[in-house]
Design a protein. Structure first.
Length: 276
């Protein structure tokens, strides 16, 4: 089975070399590898040119970049990988092993590599990107960081929604698959590792992006009030209870700080009245 691998990038110079090195060491190397760049100002393009890959410039935005890759890809099987991820030697082989006639997509297991600092510990506790240690079909979605999908899916349900610029494009896509009762699977055997290193500010920004579309957008006063006084405290409570139950008391500082950060950014969006 021939596979096109699509890797969206944006200032990915710190990790892209490791990512591509691991891809070319796999037991099954993709038949084409496409880097879709959203306007990097670092050495992302220079690194890409060291490898046998196609480098395509695109308008910035994760969904837009993914869609460009899909449209120019040659093959029916499309794999997606984030640029801050390294794969195990059998990652793609294990994904292909699970694709059957009635399955349209298979997602893999992303394991966090960095767990030492407080922001990284918090991300590992509350933003892990896997569905456990068993194969599962009955899951809400597959994480966009690593999965394999049949190209015909996009003819059935449409492409990634371009309003999702940094996150949630995967959640939206697989909601549409579920509505049409199309099957997809998670396998823990297709393993890759997340190289991300967070600061307190970066983990709060990423979490805000993750959670932004989970509740009504703060573009009117009612939604702003609901987010600041109901949704954001609820999220803080969920995070805090989970950390208390798991004995991760050091995370409580960030649990509380996250509430103020989310509320500040909600207010900022409300004032700007612009598309997030």
């Amino acid at each position: 089975m021939k596979v096109s691998l699509i890797i969206p990038t944006l200032n990915s110079g710190k990790t892209l070399n490791f990512c591509l090195d691991s891809v070319f060491m796999m037991s099954k190397i993709p038949d084409e590898i496409i880097i879709i760049d959203g306007g990097s100002s670092d050495d992302t393009e220079k690194i890409s040119k060291k490898f046998n890959v196609s480098f395509i410039n695109s308008e910035k935005g994760l969904s837009k970049q993914r869609n460009v890759g899909i449209k120019i890809s040659k093959y029916e099987m499309i794999a997606f990988l984030d640029s801050d991820v390294i794969v195990k030697i059998d990652w793609l082989s294990n994904l292909l092993l699970e694709i059957k006639l009635d399955l349209l997509a298979v997602g893999g297991n992303l394991i966090e590599k960095n767990r030492k600092t407080l922001p990284d510990k918090w991300r590992c506790s509350h933003m892990d990107q896997n569905w456990g240690n068993n194969k599962r079909e009955n899951i809400p979605f597959l994480y966009g960081s690593n999965f394999l999908i049949k190209k015909k899916v996009f003819e059935k349900v449409g492409y990634f929604d371009k309003k999702y610029k940094t996150n949630n494009e995967d959640v939206d896509l697989f909601k549409r698959l579920k509505k049409k009762k199309l099957k997809f699977l998670y396998t823990p055997n297709a393993i890759c590792y997340h190289l991300k290193k967070d600061t307190i500010i970066s983990v709060m920004k990423t979490n805000y992006n993750w959670q932004y579309y989970a509740y009504p957008e703060p573009k009117n006063l009612l939604n702003l009030i609901l987010r600041i006084f109901i949704y954001n405290p609820y999220k803080m409570l969920v995070y805090s209870l989970k950390d208390l139950m798991n004995g991760k008391l050091i995370n409580l500082f960030l649990d509380i700080l996250m509430y103020f950060f989310h509320s500040f950014y909600d207010f900022k969006v409300y004032l700007s009245q612009k598309e997030f």
